[in-house]
Design a protein around this ligand. Structure first.
Ligand SMILES: *Cc1c(COP(=O)(O)O)cnc(C)c1O
Length: 397
């Protein structure tokens, strides 16, 4: 498996160990517990001296296959999974941060993550410093003051800002920080933070990894010791991934490379196409040469991803008119699925924030998040054209 190419790994990795009865597909093991007639064997498994399963909150064969596939795709020593991406993030931070610790991150993290930083961690006497996303000098300055955890996300949600992971990981390591990267937007197809110096990589598997918007899940992978500590926190606190969800995520991941390649292409074309409309004020996509950190993205990513966003003239009013006219897009809060998904940021990624907080993060109220699906690009372009056409027609009349 080690020498196989990426797309081959997405299909074969992690599965063989869990196959039973000659089945070619990983079974969904719904059993909550695993029985032992031999008391000594039970004990050996329970204390971790022998491989096996005891109780579904701790481990499960289907879930393990999912963890193993992600582990191999990210080139990590270990991986552990969670019921959601937010569970992965909160359990990871909960394992690593204690009163008196300091964490440095950026202002543009995912809305839920931002809430952990601004609402929950301060209550536990953890000092949180959030710097302007994309300002590498400022981030380095704060890191140099010392921190237990450096938490990054690149590209960010929803304005797809880029942070130089290698440069920041070096700064983090210099002060002994644990460097964490939320790689949800990029996926292991486009970006491998562990190769860039991160200690831990987090995914909301709900998004691109699963790819079909039909299962929630999260995963953390990287340094073995850290992952084991996080696993222990999760097995006690109970944010376990459901075996049925694990199966759906596993199945989705088999087409990860095909989907992401197509989404990379579609997002690039849509970003370029959007620039041709009068009603579009700004387009945010790391694959556009005018993106402020296009060069960093080019250096650290293999593809620019399926996510983009654009601001329309007329703000919320235009958003309200435009989005319902799209035929080939779900208007919904998820992203990364095979269908194109659109939504105003104020109702999706940053719904937890007040308008003032969103403004402080540089998120215009008329910003639309666009998650490119795998549809035919001509249909997606045509769809946008007819939607803009309709509102321009009655704006004139
Ligand atoms: C959606 C998302 C999360 C949270 O994942 P859930 O599975 O919804 O809990 C975290 N980070 C990013 C970047 C996301 O897009």
């Amino acid at each position: 498996m080690k020498d196989a190419k990426f797309s081959t790994k997405t299909i074969w990795a992690g599965e063989k160990e869990q196959l039973a009865f000659g089945a070619t597909q990983v079974p969904v093991v719904h059993s909550v517990s695993f029985g032992y007639d031999d008391m000594d064997e039970w004990y050996e498994v329970a204390v971790g001296r022998k491989p096996g399963h005891i109780y579904g909150r701790n481990t499960n064969p289907t879930v393990q296959a999912f963890e193993e596939k992600v582990r191999i795709l990210e080139g990590a020593e270990a991986a552990t999974s969670f019921s959601t991406g937010m569970a992965a993030i909160s359990n990871t931070l909960g394992t690593l941060l204690f009163p008196g610790d300091r964490v440095v991150s950026i202002k543009d993290t995912y809305g839920g993550t931002n809430k952990i930083f601004t609402e929950f961690l301060p209550k536990q006497q953890v000092e949180v410093v959030l710097t302007e996303t994309g300002n590498h000098e400022l981030l380095e300055e704060e890191i140099a003051k010392g921190c237990k955890v450096l938490y990054l996300e690149s590209p960010t949600n929803p304005t797809v800002k880029i942070t130089d992971i290698k440069r920041m990981a070096e700064a983090g390591r210099a002060v002994g920080a644990i460097v964490i990267v939320d790689n949800t937007f990029a996926t292991p197809v486009n970006q491998n933070p562990l190769e860039l110096g991160a200690d831990l990589v987090i995914h909301s598997a709900t998004k691109f990894l699963g790819g079909h918007a039909d299962a929630l899940g999260g995963v953390v992978c990287g340094n073995k010791e850290l992952v084991e500590a996080i696993y222990h926190y999760r097995e006690i606190n109970g944010a376990t991934l459901d075996p049925m969800a694990a199966y759906l995520l596993l199945r989705g991941m088999k087409t990860l490379k095909l989907r992401i390649d197509q989404q990379n292409k579609n997002a690039q074309e849509i970003a370029e196409y959007l620039k041709t409309f009068d009603l579009v004020e700004a387009v945010f996509y790391p694959g556009l040469p005018d993106h402020p950190h296009h060069d960093i993205a080019k250096a650290q990513m293999k593809g620019y991803g399926g996510m983009l966003s654009f601001a329309v003239k007329g703000g919320v009013e235009t958003v309200r008119d435009l989005l319902p006219k799209l035929k080939f897009a779900n208007r919904a809060a998820n992203l990364g699925s095979v269908e194109t998904v659109v939504g105003p940021s104020r109702t999706t990624s940053h719904v937890e924030c007040t308008p003032e907080e969103r403004a402080a993060m540089g998120i215009p109220e008329g910003l639309i998040r666009y998650s490119a699906g795998i549809e035919d690009i001509d249909d997606l372009k045509q769809d946008l054209a007819q939607a803009f056409q309709t509102i321009q027609t009655y704006a004139k009349s």
